[in-house]
Design a protein around this ligand. Structure first.
Ligand code: ADP
Ligand code: MG
Length: 385
């Protein structure tokens, strides 16, 4: 714990008004903090929940100044926050995660270089940041591969799968000729991730390793059961996540995503310098959630090791679950029927425009044992259609 803990009653700020900001705001408020959200939209999930909403762009100096003035500490809920804005805030207020860690996480090439520095395995890859780099690249060992924009990608956006050098050249044009990383397509057996929280004093705690299922590049399901990731892999994942966080001098909540390959080896995919969709299960399945950890980190409060108390499955609720009525209005899924199932915890983000692929909320399902939770999740999925 830091010598200067920021105690309940103070105001905590967050850059970004999305659902991660909203759930941070809820956790902070439950602990007695006031909150301020900086977001350019008039209506946003976090803005709707916060004591204060400063409506300004992420690079608006006056908006950032107002945030710094009103808060004892500021965090972020998305990694594409301009690192310069975090640096400006850091001149007058506690900021976590640190700007230099966010700068690395927002650039796939810098991120991979950091993993390599930490000695953790990454997918074979190459940086394509110019026509000359493309022309000089011997792409064959990386094909079939995935071309990913170095910056601003999320939920599988900014990615094109390529099998030949000609397709690679087309794909790079299609992505606007911006700096990209070509990554070899790996034979995945499964995907997993881990949430770690690191305090200013270097103390580090973590949630259990989570098993993730993606559909169309978007997280669909997270399962957290004892033994659903082999213990040896779990230990490797934790060791890798710790060295990545320590190497960044990280302060805050960090998610590290992994691929488990068909030969059983582990590869680091990417990091998110914030709470992550795959950690949402912790709101109902653990005694300390990833959002409570975010509050504790930025406030300099002690970090106690989270304990999972229930096997949990998280189902993401994407916009396609909302049907369209004949008059064009959106019809919500049958919540009352879903909530009749034991151990279902509904989280909705206050978004009123369901669109395919848009994250509208999630459902955490807890129970006494993995079998029960799986059966309930299957039933919930059927009801959600
Ligand atoms: P995003 O920032 O959109 O989450 P990711 O790099 O995590 O981007 O890719 C999204 C998903 O695409 C991954 O979770 C995985 O399912 C698949 N994927 C990405 N890279 C690879 C790869 N090199 N080999 C196999 N599958 C991959
Ligand atoms: Mg990802």
């Amino acid at each position: 714990m830091s010598a200067h803990a920021i105690l309940p009653g103070a105001t905590l700020g967050v850059l970004g008004g999305g659902q991660l900001g909203r759930m941070f705001v809820h956790a902070a408020q439950a602990m007695g903090y006031a909150t301020a959200v900086l977001d350019p939209q008039a209506v946003s999930p976090a803005g709707l929940a916060s004591h204060r909403h400063i409506r300004a762009g992420y690079e608006d100096r006056e908006g950032l100044e107002a945030l710094a003035q009103s808060c004892a500490a500021v965090t972020t809920e998305f990694e594409n926050v301009p690192a310069g804005s975090l640096a400006q805030l850091a001149r007058s207020v506690v900021v976590s995660p640190p700007a230099q860690a966010v700068a690395i996480a927002q650039d796939r090439a810098a991120e991979k270089a950091h993993f390599v520095r930490c000695g953790v395995p990454v997918a074979p890859h190459a940086l394509i940041d110019s026509q000359a780099a493309l022309a000089a690249l011997d792409a064959a060992p990386l094909l079939p591969g995935i071309l990913k924009t170095a910056r601003l990608g999320y939920d599988g956006k900014g990615q094109v799968r390529v099998t030949t050098s000609a397709e690679l050249a087309d794909a790079w044009q299609q992505l606007g000729g911006v700096p990209c990383v070509l990554e070899k397509m790996l034979p995945l057996a499964q995907e997993c991730s881990v949430i770690v929280a690191r305090g200013a004093d270097g103390a580090l705690v973590h949630l259990p390793v989570q098993r993730n299922l993606h559909r169309g590049g978007i997280l669909a399901v997270t399962e957290v059961f004892d033994g659903n990731v082999p213990p040896a892999l779990e230990n490797q994942a934790l060791a890798a996540a710790k060295s990545i966080a320590n190497g960044l001098q990280y302060v805050g909540v960090l998610c590290v995503e992994f691929f488990v390959l068909q030969d059983g080896s582990l590869v680091v995919n990417e990091i998110a310098p914030r709470p992550h969709n795959s950690g949402h299960w912790s709101q109902d399945g653990a005694d300390v959630s990833q959002f409570q950890l975010q509050v504790r980190c930025m406030a300099g409060l002690p970090l106690t090791a989270p304990r999972q108390h229930s096997p949990t499955i998280m189902l993401n609720l994407l916009g396609e679950l909302w049907r369209t009525a004949v008059d064009g209005t959106a019809l919500a899924p049958p919540w009352a029927e879903v909530l009749r199932l034991p151990g279902c915890h509904l989280h909705l983000y206050g978004k009123d425009q369901p669109q395919p692929g848009r994250k509208m909320g999630h459902l955490n399902i807890t129970g006494a044992d993995a079998r029960t939770v799986r059966a309930t999740a299957l039933r919930a999925a059927e009801l959600l259609g």
